[in-house]
Design a protein around this ligand. Structure first.
Ligand SMILES: Nc1ncnc2c1ncn2[C@@H]1O[C@H](COP(=O)(O)OP(=O)(O)OP(=O)(O)O)[C@@H](O)[C@H]1O
Ligand SMILES: [Mg+2]
Length: 438
């Protein structure tokens, strides 16, 4: 039996049913009415805001409210853009827009456009915006990417905010009533707190509890929330694995964990010598972990079925490496686990890396080349050049913070980059030499 998820079943059909977002609805109405009055104020609108706040819903509700046909296209597929261009061209030749049934063009998730892969998508949209006789609505979570600058300037931007607690509560309670499910007020409040203004998350959460238990009780919701938290806690996963007496317990600990597998492997790698005291145990544990890593890369490249072996090796493989576990009076030892070095390092340097990547991206955009190439071939020269020609920094749109960062990069950092390039060059030479031999 197919069942419609509640997010779809209870999706508002017309603007009046959309919760919150009063200001957005007003602006959407005025905009469409300006089209209907043949004097569009702006051709395109871009709705932006966090997930699950109703952007896609608003687009469909707007079309339905005004009896418009909605043409939704994935902007990041160039074939779609060609057919969209045809539609728009035909309309501009046919003359009046509302001779036929009016249309609303909707481009969802425009921040998903990858300028390199989806070459020309942005310029296609800009062209369509110039020529269109139909209103064009777009949506995005994060419209602040430098790649979207031209687009931002060509449309009117409207922010869609997170849903407040009151409208969310109204929404969830209505669903409970219609589904005839008993929902405790405290349970609803806990769900709302956890959902952070995201209606999709809140509705899905409510549905999953109701589906499993037929009623929505506060302690149940809190238990599920706690479990979610635990599954995200690497210390918990480590402890459950190292302390597992049986293989299946260790496997469960690893496969229940919601932590990214590569990251989890680093946690194990860092903490095997913390937990185990005998060198032999450590050796066996690392042996299992390294095999787990092999299967993980196979899983990624070939088939996710391999993940099962990764779990076996990372869980039971590591847990059973401790020989003493098989003896009668073995007791788990409490240890203070450590953050993986890499994680702490990355965390400490995150801001710096973000700034560097941002600069690299902007230079790449300017030179029409990939970030990888900029990093390996251009960056050291660009930094020297930029420090001598500060005006250039403005031309490539660096923010004041990025400018300061670029200026602060010392000879020492340039030296790092130089060494990096030198190493790359050497390995390339070696590879070429090997190829020439074989
Ligand atoms: N303002 C709202 N009023 C009522 N229901 C809403 C509202 N916003 C979201 N929902 C519910 O949440 C579901 C998801 O919302 P929607 O797909 O519109 O979010 P979105 O803003 O487009 O998210 P994303 O950024 O992830 O695309 C809808 O199907 C609907 O059930
Ligand atoms: Mg959406």
């Amino acid at each position: 039996m197919s069942r419609v998820p509640w997010t779809i079943k209870y999706r508002p059909k017309v603007l009046d049913e959309v919760e919150n977002q009063e200001d957005v609805k007003k602006q959407l109405r005025e905009w469409i009415e300006s089209w209907l009055g043949r004097k569009p104020e702006t051709k395109g609108l871009l709705l932006y805001g966090p997930p699950g706040t109703g952007k896609t819903t608003l687009a469909y509700a707007l079309a339905r409210t005004y009896g418009l046909e909605i043409i939704e296209t994935n902007a990041s597929d160039s074939r779609n853009m060609t057919s969209l261009r045809n539609i728009v061209e035909r309309a501009s030749m046919a003359g009046s827009l509302f001779n036929e049934r009016g249309k609303l063009i909707f481009l969802d998730e425009v921040d998903g456009i990858q300028p390199r892969q989806d070459f020309g998508a942005i310029s296609a949209i800009l062209e369509i915006l110039r020529n269109t006789k139909y209103p064009i609505l777009m949506a995005a979570n994060d419209p602040w990417d430098p790649n979207l600058r031209d687009l931002r300037e060509a449309v009117k931007m409207i922010e869609v905010k997170r849903l407040g607690k009151v409208p969310l509560r109204r929404l969830l309670k209505r669903i409970c009533t219609e589904e005839r499910i008993k929902c405790e007020d405290g349970a609803i409040d806990s769900i709302i707190d956890a959902s952070d203004g995201d209606a999709r998350y809140a509705i899905n959460f409510l549905e999953s509890i109701a589906e499993g238990y037929r009623e929505v009780k506060e302690d149940l919701v809190n238990e599920v929330l706690r479990r979610k938290e635990r599954e995200l806690n690497p210390f918990e996963t480590l402890r459950n694995t190292f302390w597992a007496k049986y293989g299946w317990q260790a496997r469960q600990a690893v496969s229940n964990s919601q932590i990214d597998y590569d990251l989890l492997m680093r946690w194990f790698s860092e903490n095997i010598p913390v937990q185990y005291e005998s060198l032999n145990d450590m050796w066996r544990a690392y042996d299992a972990l390294s095999r787990a890593s092999v299967f993980l890369s196979r899983a990624k490249k070939a088939s996710w079925d391999m993940l099962s072996y990764t779990f076996d090796l990372m869980g039971p493989g590591v847990a059973m490496a401790e020989v003493a576990k098989k003896t009668q009076n073995w007791k788990a030892k409490w240890k203070n686990y450590q953050f993986p070095q890499l994680v702490t390092q990355l965390y400490r340097t995150k801001r710096t890396r973000d700034l560097r990547d941002q600069i690299v991206r902007k230079i790449g955009l300017h030179l029409h080349t990939s970030s990888g190439k900029v990093y390996s071939d251009v960056l050291p020269f660009a930094l020297v050049y930029l420090s001598k020609e500060p005006e250039m920094m403005k031309n490539i749109d660096l923010s004041p913070e990025e400018i300061n960062f670029a200026k602060s990069l010392t000879i020492h950092e340039n030296e790092d980059v130089r060494q990096h390039i030198e190493k790359k060059r050497e390995s390339k030479l070696k590879r070429n030499a090997r190829r020439a031999k074989s």
